[in-house]
Design a protein around this ligand. Structure first.
Ligand SMILES: [Zn+2]
Length: 168
């Protein structure tokens, strides 16, 4: 597929699941492209959205794209909403309670629903272990058991490594 001269990889494959970047809603695509560009130290204007998404969806699915915090500056998203990082590098919206975290927003973009909550034994996990990673491929709604398996894996093999059974 080609839009505005940019070639788009329609599917980023991960196990049995695929992420179709071209299927994101216009609002989600705009929001997601902006935060990816910001993480890469760039600015994303509205008409760059497709190009930015194409570039990042072409990355190997195991590669992280982290929104590194300098500990001082916040991030204002495409909607003008302010996000801040805590000392562990976890991003959250600065307004509203309870805290709304970055992985909840990313999970919603990926799954088109919010998690069902702890009563339903479903967690938003960063399968790579980096709390500031933006890759939709690395956000997974999974059980506590799987979340613990991730943590064990990261302890043994380091952050950024993904359990092989989650791969192709
Ligand atoms: Zn990652």
């Amino acid at each position: 597929m080609t839009v505005d001269g940019a070639s788009i990889a329609p599917m980023a494959s991960m196990g049995n699941e695929t992420i179709d970047y071209t299927a994101l809603s216009a609002a989600d695509a705009r929001w997601y492209a902006d935060i990816l560009a910001f993480a890469a130290g760039e600015k994303c204007s509205a008409h760059d959205t497709t190009t930015v998404l194409a570039r990042f969806s072409d990355l190997p699915w195991t590669k992280c794209v982290r929104l590194m915090s300098d500990g001082q500056s916040d991030y204002f998203d495409a909607n003008g909403v302010r996000w801040a990082a805590d000392t562990k590098g976890r991003w959250h919206r600065t307004r509203g309670r309870p805290l709304f975290r970055l992985q909840q927003r990313l999970g919603h973009i990926r799954y088109h629903r919010y998690t069902l909550g702890p009563h339903n034994d479903e967690f938003v996990s960063h399968i790579c272990g980096f709390k500031d990673c933006l890759r939709l491929e690395h956000i997974k709604y999974q059980s506590k058991r799987e979340d613990i398996a991730d943590k064990r894996h990261h302890k043994r093999f380091g952050l950024g490594s993904i359990r092989p059974e989650l791969g192709l």
